[in-house]
Design a protein around this ligand. Structure first.
Ligand SMILES: NC(=O)c1ccc[n+]([C@@H]2O[C@H](COP(=O)([O-])OP(=O)(O)OC[C@H]3O[C@@H](n4cnc5c(N)ncnc54)[C@H](OP(=O)(O)O)[C@@H]3O)[C@@H](O)[C@H]2O)c1
Length: 274
């Protein structure tokens, strides 16, 4: 279990929920919890906090064993706006507390991510949030919030898969005690799974290409949050303990990285998401 800089831990794999919504979303999260996922990733902008909250209410898994993550949207940046947005999120989730609260995107042209993070730190001090973090932040943005608030984000959730392994950012995270979470860990629908090093490792260990990629995440110290609406693939993605990739296999997969490896154009310096 990766340790966070605030003394808590999170599971080494989570469950992504975009774009699962409504009853289908609730059913998918219920099945994920049933199979053993304990880190659930939602966001205001996914329009599914309600669906996730219903699953958390209905599951037999005790609330204190589930790490519920949600993310504050760009349109709610600002100190007071963050406090109000948090109230709307907890109402939608039907929960009193959020375990991991992230700024979804820095939106640097708006220029309010520092005061946004300051409000999140207050929510943590009030016990309404367990851990505070960010998503899609660069080292420059991370340093700015830490300098201004005295609190380094516990987590930075970023695009990370074999085509974009984020080698430099991960080194910065390691140096500053930030846990890396990986969004689109499987590269979504991109042909990451069909690449030669992934296919070769899958054959060698008698596992699937998706399992190889998720194990690669864990071995490089990244917490992947794969999404699947299918219980069979949810189970497959969780079944990673029976094999270990060799250093050479890990290196070959990391070697698939390329400077233009982002799959969805999400450069944090320019991408704005409200
Ligand atoms: N912070 C951010 O800015 C940000 C941005 C994007 C995403 N996210 C989060 O990250 C989560 C995951 O990212 P993602 O959904 O973009 O991509 P992903 O998890 O890399 O890929 C999901 C896709 O892969 C398929 N899949 C899952 N397991 C599979 C398996 N074992 N074999 C073959 N196909 C498989 C899924 O289809 P099926 O459902 O049919 O199985 C789905 O089409 C999201 O759900 C969201 O929570 C965050």
């Amino acid at each position: 279990m990766p340790s966070l800089n605030d003394g808590t831990t999170i599971p080494s794999i989570g469950f992504g929920t975009y774009p699962l919504r409504g009853d289908q979303g609730t059913a998918a999260v219920l099945s994920a919890l049933d199979l053993g996922y304990r880190l659930i990733d939602t966001a205001v902008n996914y329009g599914n906090e309600d669906a996730v909250g219903r699953a958390v209410a209905r599951t037999d898994v005790p609330r204190d064993q589930i790490v519920v993550t949600t993310k504050l949207p760009g349109r709610d940046h600002g100190y007071d706006e963050t406090l109000a947005s948090f109230d709307r999120s907890t109402a939608a989730l039907g929960l009193d507390t959020v375990d991991l609260y992230l700024i979804h995107w820095p939106n640097p042209s708006v220029g309010k991510y520092v005061e946004t993070f300051r409000a999140m730190v207050r929510l943590k001090e009030e016990g309404r949030v367990r851990s505070v973090g960010v998503s899609n932040f660069t080292p420059e943005f991370l340093d700015r919030v830490a300098d201004a608030t005295g609190v380094m984000p516990a987590v930075n959730q970023v695009e990370l898969h074999p085509f974009f392994p984020q080698v430099e950012l991960r080194a910065f995270h390691a140096e500053h005690g930030i846990v890396t979470e990986a969004w689109s860990p499987l590269g979504k629908g991109a042909p990451v799974k069909q690449t030669a090093p992934v296919v070769a490792a899958a054959a060698a260990h008698e596992v699937t290409p998706a399992q190889v990629i998720l194990r690669w995440h864990q071995q490089i110290g990244s917490v992947p949050i794969p999404k699947s609406g299918d219980p069979g693939r949810q189970r497959e993605n969780l079944d990673l303990d029976g094999f270990t990739l060799s250093d050479a296999e890990v290196e070959a997969i990391t070697g698939l990285g390329r400077p233009d490896g982002r799959l969805f154009g999400g450069d944090p310096n320019t991408h704005e998401e409200m």
